[in-house]
Design a protein. Structure first.
Length: 179
């Protein structure tokens, strides 16, 4: 077997096994806390067929060679359940570097300039706001859900979350989605 050329036939393999834990219960307080994801760089030739076929289906869909997941899995000989099991855990390295989107839910006190402070914090950390959805304030609080692109952040995601939580008037800031 020829040695791997850097960047060639390398896939980022994550979230495929149960030991990749996103949350854990702390023994002291019994509270769920965020744990960083673990990623592995794995040579393509040692990945299971279902994982490789999942990547093939994703590429068919992206290129437009398959219009639906059903059509894509039919072309490569993979079950839909296997595709859905692995689809969020396998990415080509260049795709992962290009775009990372995180969705954050915040509970904010209903005060003038509060959203501006939140957006300023996001900007300071180098993230780019993609969408903002805000509820009507009830009982002096509003829920805001923002989606941010974090691939060019100059600090860790956890640092940005800590910064958001430190803003006076931010009552809660949690990640509700990541992809």
């Amino acid at each position: 077997m020829a040695p791997a050329v850097p960047g060639e036939n390398l896939l980022l393999f994550s979230e495929l096994f149960k030991y990749n834990v996103h949350y854990e219960n702390t023994k002291v307080f019994g509270v769920r806390t965020f744990v960083k994801e673990r990623y592995y760089l794995v040579r393509e030739d040692i990945l299971p067929d279902a994982v490789l076929k999942t990547m093939q289906v994703k590429q068919l869909l992206e290129a437009g060679d398959a219009k639906t997941v059903h059509e894509g899995v039919e072309q490569v000989g993979l079950s839909r359940s296997a595709f859905y099991k692995y689809k969020d855990g396998i990415h080509l390295i260049h795709q992962l570097e290009r775009e990372r989107i995180v969705t954050i839910s915040l509970d904010l006190e209903h005060e003038s300039g509060m959203l501006s402070k939140v957006l300023g914090c996001v900007a300071v950390h180098g993230a780019n706001v993609l969408t903002i959805n805000q509820s009507i304030p009830l009982q002096g609080r509003a829920n805001v859900v923002i989606s941010v692109e974090i691939s060019h952040m100059n600090q860790e995601l956890g640092d940005m979350l800590d910064g958001l939580r430190e803003i006076s008037g931010v009552k809660r800031a949690v990640i509700i989605g990541q992809g």
